[in-house]
Ligand binder design. Structure first.
Ligand code: GUN
Ligand code: ZN
Length: 438
Protein backbone atom coordinates (compact mmCIF):
# COMPACT_ATOMS: atom_id res chain seq x y z
CA UNK A 1 0.00 0.00 0.00
CA UNK A 2 2.69 2.49 1.05
CA UNK A 3 5.22 3.06 -1.70
CA UNK A 4 8.90 2.90 -0.76
CA UNK A 5 10.09 6.22 0.55
CA UNK A 6 13.16 8.10 -0.51
CA UNK A 7 15.11 10.28 1.83
CA UNK A 8 13.75 13.80 1.51
CA UNK A 9 15.03 17.24 2.42
CA UNK A 10 12.69 20.22 2.79
CA UNK A 11 14.15 23.72 2.64
CA UNK A 12 12.11 26.24 4.65
CA UNK A 13 11.94 28.22 7.90
CA UNK A 14 11.57 25.62 10.67
CA UNK A 15 9.64 26.30 13.86
CA UNK A 16 8.89 23.98 16.73
CA UNK A 17 9.12 23.98 20.52
CA UNK A 18 11.40 22.28 22.98
CA UNK A 19 9.56 23.45 26.12
CA UNK A 20 6.40 25.24 27.27
CA UNK A 21 6.91 28.96 26.56
CA UNK A 22 4.35 30.07 29.20
CA UNK A 23 1.06 31.89 28.74
CA UNK A 24 1.90 35.52 28.11
CA UNK A 25 5.65 36.00 27.79
CA UNK A 26 6.79 36.77 24.23
CA UNK A 27 10.33 36.01 25.40
CA UNK A 28 9.34 32.68 26.93
CA UNK A 29 11.58 29.61 26.66
CA UNK A 30 11.47 26.68 24.29
CA UNK A 31 11.04 28.41 20.92
CA UNK A 32 13.20 26.58 18.36
CA UNK A 33 13.41 28.85 15.34
CA UNK A 34 15.62 27.73 12.49
CA UNK A 35 15.17 30.07 9.52
CA UNK A 36 16.23 28.81 6.10
CA UNK A 37 17.20 25.27 7.07
CA UNK A 38 17.02 21.85 5.51
CA UNK A 39 14.74 19.47 7.37
CA UNK A 40 15.95 15.93 6.70
CA UNK A 41 13.52 12.99 6.60
CA UNK A 42 14.67 9.38 6.41
CA UNK A 43 13.28 6.42 4.44
CA UNK A 44 11.06 5.44 7.39
CA UNK A 45 9.34 8.82 7.35
CA UNK A 46 11.10 10.05 10.49
CA UNK A 47 12.96 13.29 11.11
CA UNK A 48 16.66 12.60 10.59
CA UNK A 49 17.99 16.08 11.39
CA UNK A 50 18.20 19.67 10.28
CA UNK A 51 20.97 21.89 9.00
CA UNK A 52 21.36 25.46 7.78
CA UNK A 53 20.56 25.73 4.08
CA UNK A 54 23.95 27.41 3.61
CA UNK A 55 25.63 24.04 4.34
CA UNK A 56 25.64 21.63 1.38
CA UNK A 57 23.58 18.46 1.73
CA UNK A 58 25.61 15.27 2.05
CA UNK A 59 24.32 12.25 0.15
CA UNK A 60 21.27 11.51 -1.90
CA UNK A 61 18.13 13.45 -0.98
CA UNK A 62 14.94 14.19 -2.84
CA UNK A 63 14.89 17.95 -2.49
CA UNK A 64 11.76 20.00 -1.81
CA UNK A 65 12.50 23.70 -2.00
CA UNK A 66 10.07 25.79 0.06
CA UNK A 67 12.42 28.69 0.69
CA UNK A 68 10.62 31.55 2.43
CA UNK A 69 7.88 29.27 3.75
CA UNK A 70 7.19 28.04 7.26
CA UNK A 71 7.36 24.41 8.37
CA UNK A 72 5.62 23.43 11.61
CA UNK A 73 4.86 20.04 13.14
CA UNK A 74 1.36 18.91 12.13
CA UNK A 75 -1.29 20.25 14.46
CA UNK A 76 -2.91 18.03 17.09
CA UNK A 77 -6.63 18.54 17.68
CA UNK A 78 -7.70 16.90 20.92
CA UNK A 79 -11.46 17.27 20.62
CA UNK A 80 -13.88 17.15 17.69
CA UNK A 81 -16.76 15.14 16.30
CA UNK A 82 -16.66 13.40 12.92
CA UNK A 83 -20.45 12.98 12.88
CA UNK A 84 -21.11 16.69 13.23
CA UNK A 85 -19.93 17.97 9.88
CA UNK A 86 -23.58 18.44 8.95
CA UNK A 87 -24.30 20.82 11.85
CA UNK A 88 -21.41 23.28 11.68
CA UNK A 89 -22.79 26.77 11.87
CA UNK A 90 -26.31 25.79 12.95
CA UNK A 91 -28.11 28.85 14.27
CA UNK A 92 -29.58 29.80 17.51
CA UNK A 93 -29.17 27.56 20.54
CA UNK A 94 -27.06 26.79 23.60
CA UNK A 95 -25.60 23.38 24.35
CA UNK A 96 -28.51 21.21 25.52
CA UNK A 97 -30.99 22.54 22.99
CA UNK A 98 -28.31 22.45 20.25
CA UNK A 99 -27.76 18.76 20.94
CA UNK A 100 -31.48 17.94 20.69
CA UNK A 101 -32.32 20.19 17.79
CA UNK A 102 -29.35 19.88 15.49
CA UNK A 103 -26.79 17.36 16.62
CA UNK A 104 -28.62 14.19 17.54
CA UNK A 105 -30.54 14.06 14.23
CA UNK A 106 -27.29 14.54 12.28
CA UNK A 107 -25.50 11.86 14.31
CA UNK A 108 -28.36 9.47 13.65
CA UNK A 109 -27.37 9.34 9.99
CA UNK A 110 -23.95 7.89 10.91
CA UNK A 111 -25.71 4.59 11.59
CA UNK A 112 -25.69 4.07 7.85
CA UNK A 113 -22.32 2.52 6.97
CA UNK A 114 -22.04 4.13 3.53
CA UNK A 115 -22.86 7.57 4.95
CA UNK A 116 -20.36 7.05 7.79
CA UNK A 117 -17.66 6.14 5.31
CA UNK A 118 -18.32 9.13 3.07
CA UNK A 119 -18.47 11.58 6.00
CA UNK A 120 -15.36 10.13 7.69
CA UNK A 121 -13.43 10.47 4.47
CA UNK A 122 -14.55 14.05 3.92
CA UNK A 123 -13.83 14.86 7.56
CA UNK A 124 -10.25 13.53 7.59
CA UNK A 125 -9.38 15.09 4.23
CA UNK A 126 -10.69 18.42 5.47
CA UNK A 127 -8.66 18.12 8.68
CA UNK A 128 -5.47 17.35 6.77
CA UNK A 129 -6.19 20.31 4.49
CA UNK A 130 -5.99 22.58 7.56
CA UNK A 131 -2.61 21.17 8.64
CA UNK A 132 -3.96 18.91 11.40
CA UNK A 133 -2.34 15.48 11.34
CA UNK A 134 -3.45 13.99 14.67
CA UNK A 135 -6.85 14.12 16.32
CA UNK A 136 -8.86 12.72 19.21
CA UNK A 137 -12.28 12.24 17.70
CA UNK A 138 -15.79 11.39 18.80
CA UNK A 139 -17.54 9.45 16.06
CA UNK A 140 -21.09 8.53 17.13
CA UNK A 141 -22.84 5.81 19.11
CA UNK A 142 -22.74 3.54 16.04
CA UNK A 143 -20.04 0.89 15.71
CA UNK A 144 -20.06 1.53 11.95
CA UNK A 145 -19.04 5.16 12.53
CA UNK A 146 -16.00 4.01 14.53
CA UNK A 147 -14.96 1.39 11.97
CA UNK A 148 -15.31 3.92 9.16
CA UNK A 149 -13.23 6.54 10.92
CA UNK A 150 -10.40 4.21 11.92
CA UNK A 151 -10.28 2.62 8.46
CA UNK A 152 -10.08 6.00 6.76
CA UNK A 153 -7.41 7.24 9.19
CA UNK A 154 -5.37 4.10 8.63
CA UNK A 155 -5.58 4.57 4.86
CA UNK A 156 -4.09 8.04 5.33
CA UNK A 157 -1.41 6.89 7.80
CA UNK A 158 -2.71 9.26 10.46
CA UNK A 159 -2.20 9.06 14.19
CA UNK A 160 -5.77 8.98 15.45
CA UNK A 161 -7.55 8.42 18.75
CA UNK A 162 -11.26 7.57 18.75
CA UNK A 163 -13.89 5.34 20.29
CA UNK A 164 -17.56 4.50 20.20
CA UNK A 165 -19.68 7.16 21.88
CA UNK A 166 -21.48 5.74 24.93
CA UNK A 167 -24.96 7.04 25.68
CA UNK A 168 -27.60 4.87 27.32
CA UNK A 169 -29.98 7.54 28.66
CA UNK A 170 -31.28 11.09 28.15
CA UNK A 171 -30.87 10.78 24.42
CA UNK A 172 -33.40 9.99 21.70
CA UNK A 173 -34.26 6.32 21.36
CA UNK A 174 -32.59 6.21 17.95
CA UNK A 175 -29.19 7.13 19.44
CA UNK A 176 -29.27 5.20 22.68
CA UNK A 177 -27.22 2.11 23.42
CA UNK A 178 -27.33 -0.19 26.43
CA UNK A 179 -24.65 -0.58 29.10
CA UNK A 180 -23.70 -4.26 28.70
CA UNK A 181 -24.00 -4.23 24.91
CA UNK A 182 -21.88 -1.09 24.64
CA UNK A 183 -19.21 -2.72 26.78
CA UNK A 184 -19.16 -5.69 24.42
CA UNK A 185 -18.96 -3.31 21.43
CA UNK A 186 -16.06 -1.48 23.06
CA UNK A 187 -14.18 -4.72 23.61
CA UNK A 188 -14.66 -5.84 20.02
CA UNK A 189 -13.58 -2.45 18.69
CA UNK A 190 -10.51 -2.43 20.94
CA UNK A 191 -9.61 -5.84 19.59
CA UNK A 192 -9.94 -4.55 16.03
CA UNK A 193 -8.28 -1.16 16.29
CA UNK A 194 -6.40 -0.38 19.51
CA UNK A 195 -2.66 -0.28 18.87
CA UNK A 196 -3.06 -1.15 15.19
CA UNK A 197 -0.50 1.02 13.35
CA UNK A 198 -0.98 4.58 14.53
CA UNK A 199 -4.47 4.10 15.94
CA UNK A 200 -5.49 4.12 19.59
CA UNK A 201 -8.83 3.55 21.26
CA UNK A 202 -10.56 5.95 23.62
CA UNK A 203 -13.37 4.90 25.92
CA UNK A 204 -15.86 7.67 25.13
CA UNK A 205 -18.80 8.31 27.46
CA UNK A 206 -20.41 11.32 25.77
CA UNK A 207 -20.96 13.18 29.07
CA UNK A 208 -22.25 12.36 32.52
CA UNK A 209 -25.80 13.29 31.49
CA UNK A 210 -26.12 10.56 28.87
CA UNK A 211 -24.60 7.57 30.67
CA UNK A 212 -26.14 5.61 33.51
CA UNK A 213 -23.96 4.86 36.53
CA UNK A 214 -23.77 1.28 35.21
CA UNK A 215 -22.40 2.38 31.84
CA UNK A 216 -19.87 4.63 33.56
CA UNK A 217 -18.85 1.80 35.87
CA UNK A 218 -18.20 -0.51 32.92
CA UNK A 219 -16.28 2.26 31.13
CA UNK A 220 -14.05 2.75 34.17
CA UNK A 221 -13.46 -0.98 34.51
CA UNK A 222 -12.41 -1.22 30.88
CA UNK A 223 -10.01 1.71 31.16
CA UNK A 224 -8.40 -0.01 34.12
CA UNK A 225 -8.07 -3.30 32.25
CA UNK A 226 -6.56 -2.43 28.87
CA UNK A 227 -3.13 -0.74 28.79
CA UNK A 228 -2.78 2.45 26.78
CA UNK A 229 -6.49 3.19 26.43
CA UNK A 230 -7.53 6.81 26.34
CA UNK A 231 -10.70 8.21 27.88
CA UNK A 232 -12.45 11.19 26.35
CA UNK A 233 -15.57 13.02 27.43
CA UNK A 234 -17.06 16.47 28.04
CA UNK A 235 -16.99 18.25 31.39
CA UNK A 236 -18.35 21.52 32.81
CA UNK A 237 -19.12 23.19 29.50
CA UNK A 238 -22.42 24.90 30.19
CA UNK A 239 -24.08 26.03 33.42
CA UNK A 240 -27.42 24.25 32.70
CA UNK A 241 -25.49 21.07 31.99
CA UNK A 242 -23.51 21.44 35.25
CA UNK A 243 -26.77 21.80 37.21
CA UNK A 244 -28.26 18.73 35.55
CA UNK A 245 -25.21 16.62 36.36
CA UNK A 246 -25.40 17.74 40.00
CA UNK A 247 -29.01 16.49 40.11
CA UNK A 248 -28.13 13.19 38.45
CA UNK A 249 -25.12 12.49 40.69
CA UNK A 250 -25.85 14.19 44.04
CA UNK A 251 -23.19 12.10 45.76
CA UNK A 252 -20.36 13.59 43.65
CA UNK A 253 -18.49 16.66 44.87
CA UNK A 254 -18.41 18.16 41.38
CA UNK A 255 -19.02 17.32 37.74
CA UNK A 256 -15.41 16.21 37.33
CA UNK A 257 -15.73 14.11 40.46
CA UNK A 258 -18.43 12.03 38.76
CA UNK A 259 -15.80 10.78 36.32
CA UNK A 260 -13.17 10.38 39.04
CA UNK A 261 -15.51 8.16 41.05
CA UNK A 262 -15.87 5.79 38.12
CA UNK A 263 -12.12 5.53 37.50
CA UNK A 264 -12.24 7.76 34.42
CA UNK A 265 -9.76 10.38 35.60
CA UNK A 266 -6.23 9.35 34.69
CA UNK A 267 -3.20 10.40 32.65
CA UNK A 268 -4.78 9.51 29.32
CA UNK A 269 -8.07 11.29 30.03
CA UNK A 270 -9.14 14.14 27.77
CA UNK A 271 -11.85 16.41 29.18
CA UNK A 272 -13.37 18.79 26.65
CA UNK A 273 -14.17 22.33 27.79
CA UNK A 274 -13.67 22.44 31.59
CA UNK A 275 -15.00 25.99 31.79
CA UNK A 276 -16.90 25.65 35.08
CA UNK A 277 -14.28 23.86 37.17
CA UNK A 278 -13.14 24.86 40.62
CA UNK A 279 -9.78 24.76 42.35
CA UNK A 280 -10.27 21.25 43.74
CA UNK A 281 -11.11 20.02 40.22
CA UNK A 282 -7.94 21.59 38.86
CA UNK A 283 -5.92 19.93 41.59
CA UNK A 284 -7.46 16.58 40.75
CA UNK A 285 -6.76 17.03 37.04
CA UNK A 286 -3.16 18.02 37.69
CA UNK A 287 -2.59 15.17 40.15
CA UNK A 288 -3.94 12.66 37.63
CA UNK A 289 -1.95 14.14 34.72
CA UNK A 290 -5.19 14.47 32.73
CA UNK A 291 -5.82 17.21 30.19
CA UNK A 292 -8.45 19.77 29.35
CA UNK A 293 -9.17 20.19 25.65
CA UNK A 294 -9.94 23.88 25.43
CA UNK A 295 -12.40 24.59 22.62
CA UNK A 296 -12.63 28.36 22.18
CA UNK A 297 -14.50 28.44 18.89
CA UNK A 298 -17.23 26.21 20.26
CA UNK A 299 -17.37 28.04 23.58
CA UNK A 300 -17.93 31.35 21.81
CA UNK A 301 -20.38 29.94 19.28
CA UNK A 302 -22.59 28.13 21.81
CA UNK A 303 -22.14 30.91 24.38
CA UNK A 304 -20.81 28.43 26.92
CA UNK A 305 -18.31 30.63 28.77
CA UNK A 306 -14.71 31.79 28.94
CA UNK A 307 -12.18 29.12 29.93
CA UNK A 308 -9.84 30.23 32.74
CA UNK A 309 -6.53 29.23 31.21
CA UNK A 310 -4.46 31.19 33.73
CA UNK A 311 -6.00 29.24 36.61
CA UNK A 312 -5.39 25.97 34.77
CA UNK A 313 -1.79 26.97 34.12
CA UNK A 314 -1.25 28.02 37.74
CA UNK A 315 -2.75 24.72 38.87
CA UNK A 316 -0.44 22.67 36.64
CA UNK A 317 -3.26 21.33 34.45
CA UNK A 318 -2.37 20.14 30.94
CA UNK A 319 -4.26 22.16 28.35
CA UNK A 320 -4.60 21.33 24.67
CA UNK A 321 -6.83 22.71 21.91
CA UNK A 322 -9.91 21.22 20.30
CA UNK A 323 -11.89 22.75 17.46
CA UNK A 324 -15.00 20.88 18.69
CA UNK A 325 -16.68 20.84 15.32
CA UNK A 326 -19.73 20.98 15.02
CA UNK A 327 -20.04 23.20 18.16
CA UNK A 328 -16.91 24.89 16.84
CA UNK A 329 -17.24 26.59 13.50
CA UNK A 330 -14.00 25.58 11.78
CA UNK A 331 -11.73 22.56 11.59
CA UNK A 332 -8.76 24.90 11.38
CA UNK A 333 -6.31 25.09 14.28
CA UNK A 334 -5.36 28.57 13.09
CA UNK A 335 -8.95 29.71 13.62
CA UNK A 336 -9.07 27.84 16.94
CA UNK A 337 -5.89 29.55 18.16
CA UNK A 338 -7.12 32.96 17.04
CA UNK A 339 -10.36 32.39 18.94
CA UNK A 340 -8.31 31.16 21.90
CA UNK A 341 -6.50 34.47 21.96
CA UNK A 342 -9.79 36.37 21.96
CA UNK A 343 -11.28 34.28 24.77
CA UNK A 344 -8.26 34.99 26.95
CA UNK A 345 -8.38 38.67 25.97
CA UNK A 346 -11.90 38.74 27.44
CA UNK A 347 -10.36 37.50 30.68
CA UNK A 348 -7.62 40.14 30.59
CA UNK A 349 -4.88 37.77 29.44
CA UNK A 350 -2.73 38.09 26.34
CA UNK A 351 -1.84 34.65 25.04
CA UNK A 352 1.26 34.56 22.88
CA UNK A 353 1.43 32.95 19.47
CA UNK A 354 4.22 30.83 20.91
CA UNK A 355 1.93 29.44 23.60
CA UNK A 356 -0.82 28.77 21.08
CA UNK A 357 1.49 26.97 18.67
CA UNK A 358 3.18 25.03 21.45
CA UNK A 359 -0.23 23.95 22.74
CA UNK A 360 -1.32 22.75 19.30
CA UNK A 361 1.90 20.77 18.80
CA UNK A 362 4.30 19.58 21.49
CA UNK A 363 2.01 20.55 24.35
CA UNK A 364 -0.78 18.32 23.10
CA UNK A 365 1.67 15.53 22.23
CA UNK A 366 3.09 15.64 25.74
CA UNK A 367 -0.35 15.55 27.35
CA UNK A 368 -1.29 12.58 25.14
CA UNK A 369 1.97 10.80 26.11
CA UNK A 370 2.98 10.82 22.43
CA UNK A 371 5.85 13.27 22.63
CA UNK A 372 8.37 10.81 21.18
CA UNK A 373 6.31 10.45 18.02
CA UNK A 374 4.47 13.68 17.21
CA UNK A 375 4.34 17.39 17.94
CA UNK A 376 7.92 18.37 17.16
CA UNK A 377 10.70 18.30 14.59
CA UNK A 378 12.95 16.33 16.96
CA UNK A 379 15.25 13.75 15.44
CA UNK A 380 13.39 10.43 15.54
CA UNK A 381 9.91 11.96 15.54
CA UNK A 382 7.54 10.90 12.78
CA UNK A 383 7.54 13.49 10.00
CA UNK A 384 3.96 14.70 10.40
CA UNK A 385 4.20 18.32 9.37
CA UNK A 386 2.69 21.18 7.42
CA UNK A 387 4.27 23.66 5.05
CA UNK A 388 2.74 27.13 5.19
CA UNK A 389 2.85 30.40 3.30
CA UNK A 390 3.36 33.33 5.62
CA UNK A 391 0.68 35.23 3.74
CA UNK A 392 -2.00 34.47 1.19
CA UNK A 393 -3.46 37.84 0.21
CA UNK A 394 -2.33 41.48 -0.16
CA UNK A 395 -3.32 42.53 3.35
CA UNK A 396 -1.52 39.69 5.13
CA UNK A 397 1.50 40.14 2.81
CA UNK A 398 1.69 43.79 3.80
CA UNK A 399 1.28 42.86 7.45
CA UNK A 400 4.16 40.38 7.22
CA UNK A 401 6.37 43.00 5.55
CA UNK A 402 6.01 45.40 8.46
CA UNK A 403 6.19 42.78 11.24
CA UNK A 404 8.76 43.72 13.85
CA UNK A 405 10.05 40.36 14.96
CA UNK A 406 9.33 36.62 14.92
CA UNK A 407 6.52 36.78 17.44
CA UNK A 408 4.83 39.64 15.61
CA UNK A 409 5.06 37.69 12.34
CA UNK A 410 3.67 34.52 13.87
CA UNK A 411 0.92 36.27 15.75
CA UNK A 412 -0.24 38.08 12.60
CA UNK A 413 0.02 34.82 10.65
CA UNK A 414 -2.06 32.95 13.22
CA UNK A 415 -4.65 35.72 13.41
CA UNK A 416 -5.03 36.41 9.69
CA UNK A 417 -4.22 33.01 8.24
CA UNK A 418 -6.40 30.09 7.25
CA UNK A 419 -6.16 27.05 5.02
CA UNK A 420 -5.35 29.25 2.01
CA UNK A 421 -1.94 29.59 3.64
CA UNK A 422 -1.41 25.84 3.60
CA UNK A 423 0.99 24.64 0.91
CA UNK A 424 1.19 20.95 1.87
CA UNK A 425 0.54 18.53 4.70
CA UNK A 426 2.82 15.55 5.22
CA UNK A 427 2.04 12.43 7.17
CA UNK A 428 4.83 10.03 8.11
CA UNK A 429 7.24 11.57 5.62
CA UNK A 430 5.07 11.84 2.57
CA UNK A 431 2.76 14.56 1.27
CA UNK A 432 -0.94 13.75 1.68
CA UNK A 433 -2.27 17.18 0.75
CA UNK A 434 -0.60 19.44 -1.79
CA UNK A 435 -2.10 22.70 -2.90
CA UNK A 436 -2.30 22.82 -6.65
CA UNK A 437 -1.87 26.54 -7.35
CA UNK A 438 1.41 28.36 -6.49
N1 GUN B 1 -21.67 17.69 25.39
C1 GUN B 1 -22.21 16.48 25.12
N2 GUN B 1 -22.18 16.23 23.79
C2 GUN B 1 -21.63 17.30 23.22
C3 GUN B 1 -21.32 17.62 21.87
O1 GUN B 1 -21.58 16.87 20.92
N3 GUN B 1 -20.75 18.84 21.66
C4 GUN B 1 -20.46 19.69 22.67
N4 GUN B 1 -19.89 20.87 22.40
N5 GUN B 1 -20.73 19.40 23.94
C5 GUN B 1 -21.32 18.22 24.22
ZN1 ZN C 1 -17.51 18.04 21.84
Amino acid sequence: MTTALRRRAIRADLLDFTADPGLEDVNGPGVRWRPDHWLLIDEQGRIAGAQPASEPLQGDWQVEDHTGRLVLPGFIDTHLHSGQIDVIGAHGTALLDWLETHTFPAERRMGDAAHAEAISSLFLDALLATGTTTAAVFPTVHVSSVDALFAQAEARGMRLIAGKVLMDRHAPEFLRDEAAASDADNRALIERWHGRGRLAYAVTPRFAVTSTPEQMRLAGRLVGEVPGLYMQTHVAENTDEVRWVAELFPEARSYLDVYARFGLLHDRSIFAHGIWLDEADRQALAAAGAQVAHCPSSNLFLGSGLFDWAAAEAGGVNVSFGCDVGGGTSLSMLRTMADGYKVQAMRGRRLTAFKCLYTATRGAARALRLEQEIGSLDVGATADLAIWDWASDPVSRRRQQVARDLHDRLFAWMTLGDDRNLVATWVAGRPVVTRSQP
